[in-house]
Write a protein that binds this ligand. Sequence first.
Ligand code: GLN
Length: 286
Amino acid sequence: MTYRELLLEAAHSFSSSETPFLDAVLLLASSLGLPKEKILAMLPDRADHVPQSFYDMVGRRRRGESIAHIRGFREFFGREFLVDDSVLSPRQDTEALVEAALESGDAQVAASGAGEKSGQLSVLDMCTGTGAVAISIAAERPQWRVTASDVSSAALKIAAQNARRLLQSSQVHFIESDLFSGIEGRFDLIAANPPYVSHAQAERLVDDGWKDPLLALDGGADGMKFIRAIILEGSKFLSQNGVLLLEMDPLQIPEALILFEKEGFCDIRTWKDLGGRTRVAGAHHG
Ligand code: GLN
């Protein structure tokens, strides 16, 4: 049997995956400790040395566990983040939130002129989970002061590990906080990917084998509980002309835009994810 046949056989059993062959390649790469490009080059070779760990991982994937949780890390914005069952594994959709944060922050720095802030923006990433958003921003803009918060101490532990692995120094400051309850001061930029799935849907996803914790998905009856709370309270934690950016389900965008307007925000706009769906809404505190 060749590696190609081995992987096709495994892929065939991943009926619920949209990328079954790639999944199988990634699992073999991880069990052999090789990069995925090496595996692709080996496809025509005889599969003589297949570790038991590969078959174990294939079994877990077949039962619906995500590739990220099986391998223990997930790629996001060009970096690898550790994940476990205590955090939401970062999705590609959320890269739109990082793009929006970099763009909005750069615009603020440019508008404030060279002297005043000298590129020193203060940023808060709420509901940080693995730290993916905060760490990506800090890595891309090392001169910005980045704080990250989460209600879950288990998530903050993973986020701190990710920061140690991926950043030069302790560039991100972590705070345990239920939304704004433990947050002090004002920020030039607040970004958040809060739980935004409706309670019923979140329970269904977890029952279906999603390994993300319910806490990281469940946004209350209509999924809008945290988005609403962050827009209502956000102004108190934003500096003059500061920007609030929120990731949400594309169907939640219209309600969020109305809330921003009601709360007196201005320059309200949206960003699309890689799939072309409107995924992030943001506005300036007037
Ligand atoms: N992005 C996840 C989804 O597609 C939801 C994550 C969240 O609630 N923040 O369902």
